[in-house]
Design a protein around this ligand. Structure first.
Ligand code: ADP
Ligand code: MG
Length: 678
C-alpha cells in the first residue's frame, strides 16, 4: 500500500520518518533546511599543493591498496597524481571497498588533509570514481544538519527535489526593493547551491544578502504571528476593571514611601489596561529591588475595588509565602481578606482556603502555580499576577489561560529582557519597565575573592554578624545532581557551624519540608538567625533588609542572571552591602568573562545584554523548557536593524496586505503557529 507523501515528490515512509525527526514535513521545510556549511568540489588541488588542516579535493590514481592490522584493522590506499603521493585510510570499510580500489583506477577524494608520518594523508575522505573527462560541479556542495541514519546524499536529493518546484516570493517586489533584499528564490538557491565563486567567508558569517533575506523573513513571520495574536486578544472581551480609587488610594496613603516616578508610570499603564474591556497581558519588568511588588499590589486592589478577585502567584513556595506575609497585613488593614494556598498545607487548611476563594470571602489569593493545577474555583477572578514570569515557562502560561474566562494578567520579571529580545519574542505582550531603583539605596559592593582566602571571608562574616548584621552564605551550584547539591549544602552548614560557633546559623534548601523552610525563613527575618546557609532557592525575591552581606561559593559555576538575582538579595536596607564572590582557580574563559561582567556592573539591563552576548538568547529565555520556537536565521545581536524593520513591516503588512501576511506565516510557521501565539 502506498502512503500519500506529504511532499510533492515520492518519499518512502522510512525516509519521511527520518525527515520528520528534523522537523521536515513539507516541501517548504526542506527548502528552508539550509546547509551548515559547504564543501568546495568545484576545484581540484594537486597533491603537492595540499596543506595540512584544509579540506581539499584531489583526483588521483590508486597505486596500492591493502588491509593493515596496526594499530587496528583498516584499509590503506596509496594514491598519486602527476606530482605527488597521498596516503588514505579507512577505519570502517566493506569488502566491496577492497574490490573497488583496484590499482590503476582513478577517483576523486575530498577530505581534510593531515600531515602524516609518511607525507600527507586523508582519513575517511568522501570519494567518487572519476576520469579526466568527468566534469566538476559548478556549485559548492551543501552539508546539511542531519540525524542518525540519514546520510548527506539522501538529504541532498530530497532537498533538490523540493527545490524543483517554484519558490514564489511571499513579499511584493516593491517591498524588497525598499528593504534592499534579494528575492526569496534566489536567496534559497544561493544558500543551497552557492556558485563556485561565492565567498565562503561571507556565506559562513551569515552576512551574505541571501542570509539577510531569510533572517528578515523569519523575523517578519514572528512579528506577524505575535502581532496577530495580540490583535486577537484585543478582540476578546473581558470584564473591565476601571480605577475607583477607593482601595488604591488608601493603600498608597498607608505606604511609608511615595512611588518613584518609574513606578508611577508603570502603574498608570497597568491601571489603564485594567480599565479596558479586553484581557491585559502586560509584562512588568524591573531590576531586582526596583519595587515591582507594590505596583502589583495596586493592580490587585483595582481588581478588588471592582468586586473581582486577584491571584498572586510566585514560582516557589518561599517566594509566594514572602509575598503573602508582606502583603496580607497591608491588605487586611484595608478590610480585605487574603487566602494562602500551598502544596505543603494540611488538607483541612487547604480545603478551608479554597472554600473562602470559591465563596468570594477571600479577595486576594497567594500561592504557587499549584493554584491553577488543583482545579480549585474562584468566585470571580479578575486578575492574575505572575511573579518571576520567566520561571514559569510558556507551557504554564498556556495552562493558566485555558481556565475558561480570560482574566487580566500581569507578569513580572526581574530578569530584564534586552530590547531586541523584548521586541522579538515578547512582541505579543505590552511591557512596562521600572528603570530606576527607589532612592536611598547604596549600591552593593562586589568583591571577587579566591577561595584560597576563605578564612578572611569567614572573619568578615563573623564581625558583621556580631555587629548586629545578618548574612547569606550561598552554596555552590551542583547541576549534575540534586542529591549532591543537598549534600554540599549540609556539609557547608556543618562546616560553618564549627568554624563560626558564636553565630546562629540556619540552613534552607529546596528539599526542606515547607513547614521547616518557613520556620527557618521566619527566624531569619526576625533576626534570630545570623547567617543563612542556602542553596540557590533564595535566588528570587527573598527580602530581608538587615542582611547586608552575601557570600557566594564557587561563583564561577553560576550564570550571570543567577548571580545578579542572588546579589539582589542584599542592598535592600540603608547600610552599605557587600557581595563576596568566592571563586576557585583555574577559571575557564567563560567564567572569567562572567565574573568580570558581574564585578563591573550592577545594572540588570547591562548584565542581561552581556549575558545575551555570552550565552545566546535560548538560555536566557529558558526555551528548552518553554518550547518557544527559536530563531534559526536571525541573530538578536547582529540583526537589530532587521528586527526593527520586521516590526514596522509587520504592522504595515497586516494593515494593508493580510493576504501577504497569511502566505508568509504559512510558509514560515505553518503548523507551529499555535505555539507562538501563546
Ligand atoms: P522587586 O520585587 O522589584 O525586586 P520589591 O517590590 O520587593 O522589589 O521592593 C524592594 C524593596 O523596596 C521593598 O522592601 C519595598 O518595600 C521597597 N520599595 C518599593 N518601592 C519603594 C519606593 N518607592 N521607595 C522606597 N522603597 C520602596
Ligand atoms: Mg520581587
Amino acid at each position: 500500500m502506498k502512503t500519500a507523501s506529504p511532499f510533492s515528490f515520492p518519499v518512502s515512509p522510512a525516509l519521511a520518518a527520518k525527515l520528520a525527526k528534523l522537523g521536515l514535513t513539507r516541501d517548504a521545510d526542506l527548502a528552508l533546511h539550509v546547509p551548515l556549511r559547504w564543501e568546495d568540489e568545484t576545484r581540484l588541488t594537486a597533491i603537492r599543493d595540499l596543506l595540512p588542516g584544509e579540506t581539499a579535493q584531489v583526483q588521483a590514481t590508486v597505486r596500492d591498496a591493502k588491509i593493515a592490522y596496526k594499530p587496528r584493522r583498516m584499509l590503506t590506499l596509496t594514491v598519486e597524481d602527476a606530482g605527488g603521493v597521498l596516503g588514505i585510510r579507512f577505519l570502517h570499510f566493506y569488502p566491496s571497498h577492497t574490490k573497488l580500489f583496484q590499482p590503476g583506477e582513478t577517483f576523486r577524494f575530498i577530505g581534510e588533509v593531515r600531515g602524516g608520518f609518511l607525507g600527507p594523508e586523508m582519513v575517511h575522505p568522501r570519494f567518487v570514481r572519476a576520469g579526466d573527462d568527468t566534469p566538476l560541479p559548478g556549485e559548492l556542495t551543501p552539508v546539511y544538519p542531519t540525524t542518525a541514519g540519514l546520510g548527506q546524499a539522501a538529504l541532498r536529493k530530497a532537498v533538490q527535489q523540493a527545490l524543483a518546484s517554484p519558490l514564489p516570493d511571499t513579499l511584493p517586489p516593491a517591498w524588497l526593493a525598499k528593504l534592499g533584499l534579494p528575492d526569496f528564490e534566489t536567496s534559497i538557491r544561493t544558500l543551497h547551491r552557492p556558485p563556485a565563486d561565492a565567498e565562503l567567508v561571507t556565506l559562513e558569517s551569515r552576512r551574505h544578502p541571501a542570509w539577510q533575506r531569510l533572517a528578515f523573513d523569519e523575523l517578519l513571520a514572528q512579528q506577524l504571528s505575535l502581532t496577530a495574536a495580540r490583535a486577537a486578544r484585543r478582540r476578546q472581551r473581558t470584564a473591565p476593571l476601571p480605577a475607583r480609587h477607593r482601595l488604591t488610594r488608601a493603600f498608597l496613603a498607608a505606604l511609608p514611601f511615595a512611588l518613584t516616578e518609574a513606578q508611577q508610570r508603570a502603574w498608570s499603564e497597568i491601571a489603564a489596561d485594567l480599565a479596558a474591556p479586553h484581557p491585559m497581558r502586560r509584562l512588568l519588568q524591573g531590576d531586582v529591588g526596583s519595587g515591582k511588588t507594590v505596583v502589583a499590589a495596586l493592580a490587585c486592589l483595582q481588581a478588588v475595588e471592582n468586586d473581582f478577585q486577584a491571584a498572586f502567584m510566585a514560582p516557589t513556595e518561599i517566594l509566594a509565602e514572602q509575598h503573602a506575609k508582606k502583603l496580607t497585613p497591608l491588605f487586611e488593614s484595608l478590610g480585605l481578606a487574603c487566602a494562602w494556598i500551598s502544596g505543603g498545607q494540611r488538607k483541612t487548611q487547604r480545603t478551608a482556603a479554597w472554600q473562602a476563594v470559591a465563596t468570594g470571602e477571600a479577595h486576594i489569593v497567594f500561592g504557587t502555580h499549584a493554584l491553577f493545577q488543583e482545579g480549585g474555583r474562584f468566585r470571580q477572578l479578575g486578575l492574575v499576577v505572575v511573579d518571576e514570569q520567566h520561571r514559569f515557562g510558556v507551557g504554564q502560561r498556556l495552562a493558566l489561560m485555558e481556565k475558561g474566562q480570560e482574566p487580566h494578567q500581569l507578569m513580572m520579571s526581574a530578569t530584564p529582557i534586552p530590547r531586541t529580545l523584548a521586541m522579538s519574542f515578547f512582541a505579543d505582550l505590552d511591557v512596562s519597565t521600572i528603570d530606576a531603583l527607589p532612592p536611598g539605596r547604596t549600591p552593593v559592593v562586589t568583591k571577587l575573592v579566591s577561595a584560597a582566602r576563605r578564612d578572611g571571608v569567614l572573619a568578615r562574616v563573623r564581625d558583621a554578624c556580631l555587629a548586629g548584621g545578618q548574612a547569606y552564605w550561598v552554596c555552590p551550584l551542583i547541576e549534575e545532581s540534586e542529591k549532591l547539591q543537598l549534600q554540599t549544602a549540609e556539609d557547608t552548614f556543618t562546616a560553618l557551624s564549627t568554624q563560626l560557633p558564636e553565630l546562629h546559623i540556619g540552613l534552607v534548601h529546596g528539599r526542606l519540608k515547607p513547614a521547616d523552610k518557613q520556620a527557618v525563613m521566619t527566624a531569619f527575618q526576625a533576626g534570630d538567625i545570623h547567617l543563612l546557609v542556602a542553596t540557590t532557592v533564595i535566588e528570587v525575591g527573598v527580602d530581608v533588609p538587615n542582611a547586608a552581606l552575601m557570600v557566594i561559593e564557587h561563583a564561577e559555576r553560576m550564570g550571570l542572571a543567577q548571580l545578579h538575582q542572588l546579589r539582589g538579595r542584599v542592598g535592600r536596607g540603608s547600610r552599605e552591602s557587600v557581595c563576596v564572590l568566592l571563586y576557585e582557580q583555574p577559571l575557564s574563559e567563560l567564567a572569567r568573562a562572567r565574573l568580570r561582567v558581574i564585578f563591573e556592573s550592577t545594572d540588570g539591563f547591562e548584565i542581561a545584554r552581556q549575558d545575551l552576548q555570552l550565552r545566546g538568547p535560548g538560555e536566557l529565555l529558558g526555551h528548552r523548557q518553554s518550547g518557544l520556537p527559536m530563531l534559526r536565521f536571525a541573530d538578536l545581536e547582529r540583526d537589530v536593524a532587521l528586527i526593527e524593520a520586521a516590526r514596522d513591516w509587520a504592522r504595515r503588512c497586516l494593515a494593508e496586505r493580510p493576504d501577504v501576511a497569511a502566505a508568509h506565516i504559512e510558509r514560515w510557521i505553518g503548523a507551529r503557529q499555535a505555539l507562538s501565539s501563546i
